[in-house]
Design a protein around this ligand. Structure first.
Ligand code: MRU
Length: 391
């Protein structure tokens, strides 16, 4: 390899964005360690999750959040719980039958599946864990602790694959959508669909990182994202950490921004995309889409195919999570509404497909009619997965 090639490789390696570690296995593989996002931006704190209650609590209280990361956390959490059960049985000098582990597994899956209703990636990842368990159990013999250990190993491998695939999907989303950005582009985004919502470099923010690696100068407007402030607390934090120029706006400033100095493009993530291209995402996304449409700003949704739900025909069938009233009345510990004020607090809204300029998955940029383009994207993703399984 020539010195010049070496130099450019070193340069691109230096420029390559490395996200903060969102999640990892504890040393013995019997717990998971997550970056506690409720502490951001003030403190970078990790939390070890050792029980199904702890995994559920971390998902429900948004210590881990973002559709892909929720799925990854559930999958890795289940695998760690299985390993813990095997190790505990070993330590007690007893045996854990494969049937016993399979029964616990069913209970963990049933419980975690309910933790948050809108992000389809959660059900998608848990389904994969159920199928992996069935396959491993079918191939196992005996019903002794060795079989339970084999089942736990199979679960760990599947959870590891889910994490690795998510990393790969994020990068590919970033590469496809970076082509929509030029040097000097300004992007507006909502909530956090960055690295901290995934196992990789994010979805909506992935093209920002890839374009920056390519030497383009990109600036981002981060909607603050009431009521839990994922935009100002998390998006602004991770972009600043990565050295990307970011300006925070309160949600009610977006209209004035579009009227005076509109961003070039809007990039948002999604918790579930219906078969017809209607998009559920953090509450406030619909308002942003209406503004973008009114001002002629392209509005793109970026998500892996694991977020596409072909079983849900349209957005009105997507279950929308309702959050606690106190997140509005006294979010972050200070009374900001009368303590008993009635509150309506949906965590997500649905943007109709006609407001969506394009949907970017790891398979490329998909355009209307989405019924066809999304069906093809999901089929292509399934073919890719089968191909990887064979190699
Ligand atoms: O309630 P949250 O913080 O989990 O909501 C997250 C979002 O709405 C994200 O935009 C979505 O999950 C996509 S993440 C790649």
């Amino acid at each position: 390899m020539s010195g010049r090639a070496n130099e450019s490789e070193m340069m691109s390696d230096q420029r390559r964005y490395r996200p903060p570690e969102q999640i990892r296995w504890a040393e013995a593989g019997d717990a998971i360690i997550v970056l506690d996002q409720t502490e951001l931006p003030a403190r970078r704190v990790e939390k070890e999750l050792r029980t199904v209650e702890a995994v559920e609590e971390a998902i429900q209280s948004l210590r881990v959040r973002g559709a892909p990361l929720i799925g990854i956390t559930a999958a890795m959490g289940i695998a760690a719980l299985a390993r813990r059960a095997v190790l505990e049985a070993e330590a007690a000098g007893g045996t854990l039958s494969i049937d016993d582990l399979a029964e616990r597994l069913r209970a963990w899956c049933d419980r975690l599946e309910q933790a948050r209703p809108t992000a389809v990636n959660l059900v998608w990842a848990i389904d994969r864990m159920r199928r992996a368990a069935a396959l491993t159990a079918a191939g196992s013999t005996g019903g002794t602790i060795a079989s339970a250990a084999a089942l736990a190993e199979g679960l760990r491998a599947e959870a590891g694959d889910i994490l690795e695939e998510d990393r790969m999907m994020c990068r590919r989303i970033g590469e496809h959508a970076a082509a929509l950005l030029r040097d000097g582009s300004s992007v507006i985004t909502h909530c956090n669909a960055g690295a901290l919502a995934t196992g990789g470099i994010g979805t909506a923010l992935a093209p920002v990182y890839v374009a920056t690696e390519q030497g383009k100068k990109i600036s981002v407007y981060a909607d603050e994202t009431r009521p839990l402030l994922q935009g100002s607390r998390i998006t602004a934090w991770e972009l600043a950490e990565a050295g990307v120029e970011v300006t925070v706006i309160a949600d009610n400033m977006a209209g004035a921004l579009f009227a005076t100095d509109p961003p070039d493009i809007a990039f948002v993530g999604s918790d579930r995309i219906a078969a017809n291209g209607d998009v559920a995402n953090k509450i406030g996304t619909y308002g942003l889409a209406v503004l973008a449409h009114h001002h002629g700003v392209p509005f793109y949704v970026l998500a892996p195919t694991s977020t596409v739900d072909l079983h849900t025909a349209s957005g009105d069938q997507i279950p929308i999570e309702q959050r606690s009233a106190d997140e509005i009345r006294q979010g972050f510990g200070r009374l900001t509404a009368p303590a008993q004020a009635p509150v309506w607090s949906p965590a997500f809204d649905v943007t109709p497909n006609e407001l969506v300029t394009g949907i970017v998955t790891e398979q490329g940029v998909h355009r209307a009619p989405y019924v066809e383009s999304l069906r093809e994207a999901v089929a292509a993703a399934e073919r890719d997965r089968a191909e990887r399984g064979r190699s």
